[in-house]
Design a protein around this ligand. Sequence first.
Ligand code: GDP
Length: 432
Amino acid sequence: MPNVVVIGAQWGDEGKGKVVDLYAGEAEAVVRFQGGNNAGHTLVVEGEKIILHLIPSGILHPDTVCCIGNGVVVDPQVLLQEIDGLRAKGRWPGDDALVVSGAAHVILPCHRELDKAREGRAGRAQIGTTGRGIGPCYEDKASRKGVRVADLLEPEALLPKLEALLDERNALLRHLGAPPFDPRAVWEELCAAGERIRPFVGDVTGRLHRWTREGRKVLLEGAQGTLLDIDHGTYPFVTSSNTTAGAACTGTGLPPRDLHAAVGITKAYVTRVGAGPFPTELHDAMGDRLRERGGEFGSTTGRPRRCGWLDLVALRSACRMNGLTGLAVTKLDVLEGIDPIRVCTAYRLDGERVDHVPARAEDLERCEPVYEELAGWTEPLAGARSPEDLPANARAFLDHVAEATGCPVVLASVGPGREQTVEFANPFTLCD
Ligand code: GDP
């Protein structure tokens, strides 16, 4: 009865796309449970590049059912574009392959416009929102005014809901100097999208309960990363949803006892996009080297990512918070040729040694890393396929990560390709 949740253990961009794609091949269902189309996976299948923001990457495996859980926020236009895009490439497996929860909230045009209108205002711009309306959509969910996917299928009831919501949102848009929305025009657009989405709307929770009873393999796919969690991340430099493993329950309706394993994905170093505390950030040639070798530039914006040494304090905290049963270490190849390799084992704050992540971003900002040095290796890793193929010092690096976090390394990734993977243990069979 293995349900496995895969979580980003850092600030996102850990290489979840590759790892989820690997595990999706074994899973009978892949489920998104939080976030929206701010996630993004670039997959190369048979030489063809496919980018998915909302639909789980399991859609490329013909026998896998993909679900979008209640905790996700859905932009209907993006969903339909992704379906159309896959159809056009001849990669749409059939309408039964996708189930969207009726309880998932809908990103409306006013949400996108609010994101844009707030951009550039002090503070907001710094948080680095992706401008896709995800934050404002979660705001309306919490204010009990949101529109859900099931509402799109009931046009009569939808119009008054939209009128009530836009009454407030238009006032804010006007205040921000942005144009207001006509409820009827939005309604017409949503009803049309609703008709196209209707075949996919279904009971995700019920299916998950049934599949769990039947012992099928379900993969729960997290987006963003643990340190971006709205409660446990470096608030306010966080995303608008819970990104930690607990959200796999609230965002799907699966009970905690039905999460059987949790794999956290971490790079062999750290990157961060946008502002916010980052104790191990490198502002020197080593930072540039990691950025160049790791291709650490935003996939849509091309913006350079901030780079630094692996932070074991933050990773240890991610292991505990998510109950990680395994770590997948990606981009190990990027460290080749670096000697010594540094890892942060504690922080120093106001002269005191600290071995946890302080709750306040302001305090984390003031933390100085305490480093330990590990011996590097010069052998290229790109061809490694099994643990024996790894140089002794690369193995020692992974052992050190496992020991410092108390979490076994189940996988090491040594290149972007599916096959450039060294598997130590399989999370699905581990929890059988
Ligand atoms: P995600 O949002 O967590 O899926 O991360 P990204 O899509 O930003 O993935 C990071 C990028 O790194 C992608 O272009 C991957 O192809 C690439 N990548 C993933 N794993 C590895 C690896 O082990 N080594 C190298 N060099 N690149 C990798």
